[in-house]
Design a binder for this molecule. Structure first.
Ligand SMILES: Cc1cc2nc3c(=O)[nH]c(=O)nc-3n(C[C@H](O)[C@H](O)[C@H](O)COP(=O)(O)O)c2cc1C
Length: 343
């Protein structure tokens, strides 16, 4: 990590003295890779991260990602175009590789000349080479150092190491962020972006001490003004405390959910020995949309991370970035709380 000191000098022809401003510019492998000011990535999230959120984050100096997993191909194209009109800074697209219309999504990001693609939930071998041939930077989301090595071998530019605390779909092995980051940082030579349980500057600093060069943040940005999720969902998340989320549906596709009525139905079915096929039937179609986008808090699937227990406000995305960065710098200047400091 480097802090470059940049001097700005204003020369006036009048009697004013020469004014010099000093600004600290941070740079590391992640800010350099994406051409951004802060190593903060707003996660791609179904039913949440459209062009409004992604452009607000990019305008504030982070990297905004459009979450394509809940979009039909032409809807994705519309979001990309609106995002481009709303920001002149870099932004990217998150593409879950299990998406049924994956070819169409990939065609669109290539046609629209998207410079950065984050892939998840699938084999990075399949698309990385094709995207890289078009000059696109590719980052893959992993939940273990074994998968991180696979992503590096496939030619990815960086990996997101996403721990057990994270909202949304998650690794089966349940490795926590605190264990996963150093393991992945030791396993690969490409930059590591930490995800899962990060919503404050202190947590961001801790992740970077563990070996990450940047952070991917989901849950904190769900509670932003620009997030596209339903206001009732956001307000419900605001009330979440410790223990109110749990990883569920492990035999189908593990996902961290708030414990609402639908979650309890799934838990009861699992306890009664439901098979993956039974769970698929119970899940049906459109559960995530129903919960997060339409605000049906009883019957919908409510994806959110453990860190929701620490968040008590809905802020503009730019304010979230400012708070994260100022707390990060403060912690960097004084990393230990008073009680741990030497007398
Ligand atoms: C509502 C929600 C939807 C998500 N959807 C996606 C998705 O479409 N694709 C993906 O790769 N990850 C998805 N995730 C995971 C995030 O990209 C991110 O890695 C995770 O939220 C980080 O952990 P945190 O929630 O503790 O910040 C989602 C997370 C949430 C909370």
């Amino acid at each position: 990590m480097y802090i470059n000191i940049v001097f700005y000098t204003l020369l006036k022809k009048t009697n004013y003295p020469v004014l010099t401003f000093i600004r600290m510019e941070f740079s590391n492998s992640i800010t350099g890779l994406f051409g951004i000011r802060y190593p903060i990535i707003q996660a791609g999230m179904v039913w949440t991260s459209g062009w409004r959120l992604a452009s607000a984050v990019s305008n504030a100096g982070g990297l905004g990602l459009i979450g394509s997993g809940s979009m039909y191909p032409e809807v994705l194209r519309e979001h990309i175009r609106k995002c481009r009109a709303a920001t002149s800074f870099p932004f990217g697209v998150n593409i879950p590789l299990m998406y049924p219309d994956i070819e169409k999504h990939m065609d669109i990001v290539m046609e629209e000349k998207i410079p950065i693609v984050f892939t998840s939930a699938g084999n990075p071998q399949t698309w990385t080479g094709i995207l890289k041939e078009k000059g696109i930077k590719v980052v893959h989301v992993v939940s273990s150092s074994r998968f991180a090595r696979k992503a590096a071998d496939a030619g990815c530019d960086a990996v997101v190491a996403e721990g057990f605390e994270a909202g949304g779909h998650n690794g089966r092995e349940e490795t926590t962020t605190l264990v996963l980051i150093p393991a992945v940082a030791d396993a690969v030579r490409i930059p590591v972006i930490a995800a899962g349980g990060i919503a404050t500057g202190r947590q961001m600093f801790a992740a970077m001490v563990l070996g990450a060069s940047g952070v991917q943040i989901g849950t904190r940005f769900v509670l932003s003004e620009e997030a596209g999720s339903h206001p009732d969902f956001k307000n419900y998340v605001l009330k979440a405390g410790e223990g109110d989320t749990m990883l569920t549906m492990k035999s189908l596709m593990p996902v961290r959910l708030l414990k609402n009525q639908f979650f309890k139905q799934v838990a009861a079915a699992e306890q009664a020995g439901a098979s993956a096929e039974n769970l698929k039937t119970l899940l049906g179609k459109g559960r995530a949309k129903k919960g997060m986008f339409e605000g049906n808090l009883d019957e919908g699937e409510l994806e959110i991370g453990q860190v929701s227990a620490l968040i008590r406000d809905i802020l503009p995305a730019g304010g979230i970035i400012e708070n994260l960065w100022s707390e990060f710098l403060k912690t960097w200047a004084e990393p230990l709380p008073c009680k741990l400091q030497k007398p």
